[in-house]
Design a binder for this molecule. Structure first.
Ligand code: GUN
Ligand code: FE
Length: 431
């Protein structure tokens, strides 16, 4: 056996939301890009594999970011004074217009990809802009980084500035066909995902054409759903016949399932802050993933998504950084932010829904979101081998700590932004 390796250190993961799964000085084995499991003593059959001994370091599964806007990375941490619809018009659309210029795109996307690579994120679902060639450039950069991603050329044929809005539904669809044909078999780790921006930006005709494209290629779908009150009111005016927002994606078979062909349409919807019971039930039934983006929901004054309720109902859930609605690409921050807002929801909104605990939030940032990529976010046998290695000695402590304390502290104190010493994605060493 010569197509694998072993890493050794303090392995911390969550096989289930309810408890941490901790292994001091243990071995994680990777063969052909997949995990063979975690072992206290290394089985004889793997003794011939090369060993990376990380000593007393912490080893986590790679994080999964289910919702992030690459072209918004440049203005993250600024422009936080407006709610969604005004924020889009005032700050976001003008920034995204710049990606017509490939030189700008290359520079700005380069910074985004660098940051993602240096951090704890292994896999992500990325919005680009509506520009085909800048999107292809981003996909090449993502592929070169060694990270795994779905990347979407955005579709939008109304309700933005004239330079950012595509000229017609036909042109949007035609460009999307060209883009998918160019990229679908080009990369190993970087795949296209259909990306209607959200209902306010997509005419009925465009949605109809996107349905055709989805059926032609069978690719997954990402969009925004029930994020902000102003947005939802606008959708009610635009789509008066749909009983709830999500139904206007479902009508075009872009909401987890195609009812005509009875096939799955893998779908992730960002936010779901204000989803009605009917909408939640359809998400559950169709297996739609919720990308919970707590920092963005605070920054844009959108609200708090009832994640405990979604967990209890058995929805598919992961976290999104939603840069630049969210100001940081760190999924460690997303974990702590999700716990924070769940505490506020419990205290201020509804005490029937208990706050998230650390193991639950860690699970959602790894295995929860990882399910969108198949089997990812864990070192259990058969999972894609994504690992982040960190030395928490850089954050001193006067006493010795348990491994559980070290794990939680690493997340809360942002060790991903301080000291990642090595990283593996899909069995390949990227740092
Ligand atoms: N809804 C439509 N576009 C966007 C976007 O760029 N960011 C967020 N947070 N919501 C959106
Ligand atoms: Fe978003």
């Amino acid at each position: 056996m010569n197509n694998g390796f072993v890493i050794k250190g303090n392995i911390c993961q969550t096989k289930s939301p309810k408890e941490l799964d901790l292994h001091e000085g243990a071995f994680a084995v990777c063969v052909d890009g997949l995990s063979r499991g975690v072992f206290g003593t290394l089985p004889e059959e793997y003794a011939c594999l090369p060993l990376y001994d990380y000593g007393d370091a912490l080893i986590f599964p790679g994080m999964v970011d289910l919702h992030v806007h690459a072209p918004q990375y440049a203005f993250r941490g600024t422009s936080m004074d407006l709610e969604l619809m005004d924020w889009l018009n005032r700050y976001t659309f003008p920034e995204e217009e710049k990606y017509e210029d490939l030189e700008y795109a290359e520079r700005a996307y380069g910074m985004f990809v660098d940051a993602l690579k240096r951090g704890a994120t292994a896999r992500s679902c990325i919005f680009a802009t509506r520009h085909r060639y800048a999107t292809e450039l981003l996909m090449q950069q993502m592929e070169d980084s060694g990270l795994v991603s779905y990347v979407g050329k955005v579709n939008m044929d109304r309700e933005a500035s004239s330079t950012l809005t595509e000229d017609s539904a036909d042109i949007s669809a035609y460009t999307t066909f060209g883009w998918i044909n160019a990229v679908k078999d080009k990369f190993k780790n970087t795949k296209p995902i259909l990306t209607p921006r959200f209902i306010p930006c997509c005419t009925d005709k465009l949605m109809e054409e996107l349905r055709e494209i989805q059926m032609t290629y069978g690719i997954p779908v990402q969009s925004h759903l029930s994020e902000s009150r102003g947005e939802i009111d606008f959708v009610k005016i635009l789509r008066p016949d749909n009983p709830f927002y999500g139904d206007s994606y479902n009508e075009y078979d872009l909401f987890g399932k195609n009812d005509d062909t009875n096939t799955d349409v893998k779908t992730v919807m960002a936010h779901c802050v204000w989803s009605t019971d009917e909408e939640i039930e359809l998400m559950r039934k169709n297996g739609v993933f919720v990308a919970h983006c707590p920092a963005s929901n605070i920054n844009l004054t959108s609200g708090i998504a009832p994640i405990r309720k979604y967990l209890e109902l058995g929805l598919n859930i992961g976290f999104g950084s939603d840069v630049a609605g969210g100001h940081s690409e760190s999924m460690f921050r997303a974990i702590t932010d999700a716990i924070w807002v769940s505490k506020m929801y419990f205290r201020m909104v509804d005490e029937a829904y208990k706050p998230l605990v650390f193991s639950e939030a860690f699970y959602l940032a790894t295995k929860g979101g990882g399910a969108f990529f198949g089997k990812a976010g864990s070192f259990e046998e058969g999972y894609e081998f994504d690992a982040v290695i960190m030395d928490d000695g850089v954050i001193p402590h006067p006493q010795s700590l348990t491994l559980a304390e070290r794990m939680e502290r690493a997340v809360y104190l942002g060790l991903d932004e301080k000291n990642i010493t090595a990283k593996f994605v899909a069995g390949r060493k990227v740092i």
